[in-house]
Design a protein around this ligand. Structure first.
Ligand code: SF4
Ligand code: SF4
Length: 168
């Protein structure tokens, strides 16, 4: 692991990802395929929306999102509280890999930068790589911040929590 693996620790300041990008190739996401990106570029693509941490269920071959989120998600900043240990602690936590991005049925939100780029779309104008501001995803109301979500703890029937948000 390198220092970037601390990105989502509770003391991590998300803005620090965008304050020193001089060494990053401008608009690299327009010039490289996902497979060609280095680890830093790959990590920068994540907009920090937190929507991949919503619980989902598959119904008739389609992924349905619920308004329940992983108990380790901090919905105030949409960061994972256990980022470095997430796969050990949460067996269901998914790594964002090329295979996961292309998985069918789609389980990532349709605003996810990885899914967008892999499907021929550009980054939205609110993406932090465009604005150079980590909070632009929240200001654009594209993250889980200030949404009607609840922690999964104690949830017995996820079907009672299905949602149909336009950005999922
Ligand atoms: S949905 Fe995509 S862009 Fe949003 S937090 Fe998850 S990986 Fe990052
Ligand atoms: S453990 Fe995984 S699913 Fe849970 S908040 Fe962290 S990144 Fe999201």
């Amino acid at each position: 692991m390198n220092s970037q693996d601390n990105y989502f620790d509770s003391e991590f300041n998300p803005q620090s990802r965008y304050d020193n990008l001089e060494h990053i190739e401008p608009e690299f996401w327009k010039k490289k395929k996902l497979e060609e990106m280095n680890k830093e570029e790959w990590e920068l693509l994540c907009d920090g929306c937190g929507k991949c941490c919503l619980n989902k269920i598959e119904i008739k071959g389609k992924i349905k999102f619920t308004n329940t989120h992983c108990r380790f998600l901090n919905c105030n900043n949409c960061l994972c509280r256990i980022y470095e240990h997430r796969f050990e602690v949460v067996p269901d936590c998914r790594d964002i890999t090329i295979e996961a991005i292309r998985e069918k049925p789609r389980w990532l939100p349709k605003t996810c930068a990885y899914w967008l780029l892999d499907n021929g779309y550009d980054l939205p104008d609110w993406h932090p790589l465009i604005t150079k501001r980590a909070d632009s995803v929240h200001q654009a109301k594209m993250s889980l911040k200030n949404r009607n979500t609840i922690s999964e703890s104690g949830i017995k029937n996820y079907e009672n929590h299905l949602i149909d948000w336009q950005d999922l």
